[in-house]
Design a protein around this ligand. Structure first.
Ligand code: HEM
Length: 320
């Protein structure tokens, strides 16, 4: 293939000081240089000159090396995710302290003392990937466990309820919380006109709003937030019996938040306040730690609740 890209008039170029058709210097395989290949591993002598019908063009689309290089380039940017774009993550492990073997056949929840590697990503919801760490916003708490039985994702937020009862309203909720369309601000923040417009028309959001406007959404550190799976999940044991479960992460450092004045000052001093805090704590060996706690209940207990536990705007009070 490489040969077809060279003019047949020219003698093969030496391994060093090779010059291309435009007299440009370029490296060649040999003399310690690894072979350049396409993505499929086909050796290529040159990815600086496209195939042309004549020395001055036109460029030929049958040059699949050109097409591969441009296609690769066009796909180098993955569109930014619309929610939770800004996040910070860390590796760690999960170690079970009390077996739930009575309720589940999942080994990760029944083998006491076994360490399961995991990766946890904390995030804000509304801001873009380059936005600041400190606005008033819900924090995501997403954990991926690399268990012996496959990967298990436990995706949560730092608030035990959610804004809506029906996922079909999610695009409307997010459009409302994003920047206002005519001015592209405020970015990353949740208290503004289009958002108030949405929640004022959505009574089911009221519970979440009470949490979202509390100091939970201006945390002092990612190390001091709680995490909630929010939804009810099912555990199934060896006998095939099912138990409902809600998952709660509790920070060993306790929940700690800022007050608004502090959050504003921190934001003006350091856009990466939470990311830096997490990185510096881990670098110093001051590893953050959470306890994974569960609320377990049967279908009969669920039936007796005066609310629907499958409604994510409701919590199961710990007093129950
Ligand atoms: C209790 C309800 C919900 C919680 C706790 C939640 C939490 C989260 C979290 C933590 C992330 C970031 C995950 C990561 O860090 O990798 C995320 C991403 C996302 N969520 Fe939700 N979410 C909820 C409901 C929804 C609903 C109802 C929708 C849409 C119908 C939705 C759409 C998305 C999308 C599109 C992403 C980005 C995924 C990606 O780009 O990888 N979420 N969510």
């Amino acid at each position: 293939m490489a040969a077809s890209k060279k003019s047949t008039k020219n003698a093969p170029a030496p391994a060093t000081d090779a010059r291309g058709e435009g007299d440009e210097l370029h490296q060649r395989a040999g003399n310690g240089h690894p072979v350049l290949t396409t993505n499929q591993g086909i050796p290529v002598g040159d990815n600086q000159n496209s195939l042309r019908a004549t020395p001055r063009g036109p460029t030929l689309l049958e040059d699949f090396i050109l097409r591969e290089k441009i296609t690769h380039f066009d796909h180098e940017r993955i569109p930014e995710r619309i929610v939770h774009a800004r996040g910070s993550a860390a590796h760690g492990y999960f170690e079970l302290t009390r077996s739930l073997g009575e309720y589940t056949r999942a080994r990760i929840l029944s083998e006491v003392g076994v360490r399961t590697p995991l990766f946890t990503r904390f995030s804000t919801v509304a801001g873009g990937a380059g936005s600041v760490d400190t606005p008033r916003d819900v924090r995501g708490f997403a954990v991926k466990f690399y268990t012996k039985e496959g990967n298990w994702d436990l995706v949560g937020n730092n608030i035990p309820v959610f804004f809506i009862q029906d996922a079909i309203k999610f695009p409307d909720l997010i459009h409302a919380v994003k920047m206002e369309p005519d001015r592209a601000f405020p970015q990353a923040a949740s208290a503004h006109d289009t958002f108030w417009d949405f929640v004022s028309l959505m009574p089911e959001s009221m519970h979440m709003i009470m949490w979202a406007m509390s100091d939970r959404t201006i945390p002092r550190s990612l190390r001091t937030i709680e995490g909630f799976g929010i939804h009810s999940f099912r555990l199934i044991n060896d006998a095939g019996e099912s138990t409902f479960v809600k998952f709660h992460w509790r920070p060993k450092l306790g929940i700690q938040s800022t007050v608004w004045d502090e959050a504003v000052k921190l934001q003006s001093a350091d856009n990466d306040f939470h990311r830096r805090d997490l990185f510096e704590a881990i670098t110093a060996g001051d590893f953050p730690e959470w306890e994974l706690a569960v609320q377990l209940f049967t279908e009969e207990q669920a039936e007796a609740f005066p609310f629907d536990h499958l409604d994510s705007t409701k919590i199961i009070p710990e007093s129950l």
